[in-house]
Design a protein around this ligand. Structure first.
Ligand code: MEV
Length: 311
């Protein structure tokens, strides 16, 4: 019998970049988009195959280089479970998460894979172990990731995250809706994280002050979300955005999307993730979703995903 497992996309609500410097961040899963992995047994003696039919990939595990993140994750998981490094499996992956758009598509695929392997051999896996295995593949892409992406995807719940600590799951008092606009601009996280590092090296006092300001408003955001004060959360998005712009990770196309969303009635908007390109998130009251979505599309968004964070 084939075994299938899935994992959601994710979005960072507040605290990106500062989280790399030990400050807290808040992230939520985006269950409207998912990555899926399916494992089928092949006849005995066949090599393990990794296939992604949507992108025409079909490769045998033993021939795949270590720099290929999915193969790395499969190898690590097999080793962790003391299984053969070349099981007679066909592993198929697919995803509805747009790639390279800040929704964690790579981490979600890796998470679905690890989950599918554990399920296929009938072993339970905790979110902590899942997240730990996927973190290794994140390192290939991002260099020095904080670990927030793999953690929120492994838990599949809203999280309060501080690097190197166990995350805290927390529950919003009220559901809230976000429009996630993809700018269509590829901006590798590794580059923006590297640029912030250069800025910090040149002006550590100024950058530390901004990281502290981001940490304070992220704390307030958690309280506001737990109290259900969604309008106040919008104002915190705006303040976080201003500080991200000061860190040098905003850009004119992102500012245009943010302004358009707010002009159409969003309660607040900011870039999410690495910045420069990637995503903008807008906090939107349900009756304004359509207008904000249209405004984002008319101002350069390539795609808009609407997600509701559940209470
Ligand atoms: C990227 O999704 C978020 C950053 O804070 C980098 C990281 O946390 O590793 C920009």
């Amino acid at each position: 019998m084939p075994t299938t497992a899935s994992a959601p996309g994710k979005i960072i609500l507040l605290g990106e970049h500062a989280v790399v410097y030990g400050r807290p961040a808040i992230a939520v899963p985006v269950w409207e988009t998912v990555a899926t992995a399916t494992i089928m047994d092949l006849p005995a003696g066949r090599h393990c195959v990794i296939a992604a039919p949507d992108i025409g990939l079909h490769t045998s595990l033993i021939e795949t280089p270590a720099s290929f993140a999915l193969a790395l994750v499969v190898r690590l998981t097999l080793a962790r479970l003391n299984l053969s490094p070349d099981p007679n499996w066909q592993i198929e992956v697919s995803s509805t998460i747009p790639i390279a758009s800040g929704l964690g598509s790579g981490a979600a695929l890796s998470t679905a894979l690890v989950r599918a392997i554990y399920a296929h051999v009938g072993q339970p896996v905790t979110p902590t172990l899942l997240s730990e295995l996927v973190f290794e593949s994140e390192r290939l892409y991002h260099g020095t990731p904080s670990g927030i992406d793999n953690t929120v995807i492994a838990y599949g719940l809203p999280l309060w995250f501080v690097k190197g600590q166990l995350p805290a799951i927390f529950t919003p008092r009220q559901p809230f809706t976000l429009a996630i606009a993809d700018s269509g601009i590829a901006a590798p996280t590794k580059t923006t994280v590297g640029d912030v590092r250069q800025g910090w090296q040149a002006d550590s006092v100024g950058y530390e002050r901004r990281f502290d300001a981001i940490a304070r408003l992220t704390w307030t955001a958690r309280q506001v979300i737990e109290a259900g004060d969604i309008a106040e959360l919008g104002a915190l998005f705006d303040r976080n955005q201003a500080l991200l712009a000061e860190l040098g990770v905003s850009s004119p196309p992102l500012e245009r999307l943010i302004e358009a969303a707010k002009a159409a009635g969003a309660l607040g908007a900011k870039l999410s993730g690495g910045g420069r390109g990637g995503n903008v998130i807008a906090l939107v009251a349900p009756e304004k979703v359509m207008a904000v979505q249209q405004a984002l599309m008319a101002n350069g968004a390539k795609n808009v995903i609407v997600t509701t964070v559940k209470a």
